[in-house]
Design a protein around this ligand. Structure first.
Ligand code: SF4
Length: 75
């Protein structure tokens, strides 16, 4: 398992994570920020645990995020 987290408040809605991992990220129609699909809020962070096979595209998402608010770790 891997854990993906996002400091959503700092998102600038650039869409780069959606392009990298379209199954896991979606731009909210409400506020224009990216939402972590399946995520729940923990303190200031949105967090979700997913299968290892999502590592590659989500590490790409983390890499291309211009404000560096996406983190991945193995569980
Ligand atoms: S790449 Fe980063 S700043 Fe851009 S929409 Fe995704 S989370 Fe937000």
């Amino acid at each position: 398992m891997i854990q993906i987290s996002q400091h959503r408040k700092k998102c600038i809605g650039c869409n780069a994570c959606v392009e990298a991992a379209p199954g896991r990220w979606v731009i909210s129609q409400k506020d224009g920020k990216s939402t972590l699909v399946g995520g729940s809020v923990k303190k200031d962070m949105y967090v979700v645990n997913v299968h290892d096979d999502e590592w590659e595209e989500n590490s790409k998402a983390a890499e291309v995020c211009p404000v560096r608010i996406i983190r991945l770790k193995t569980l």
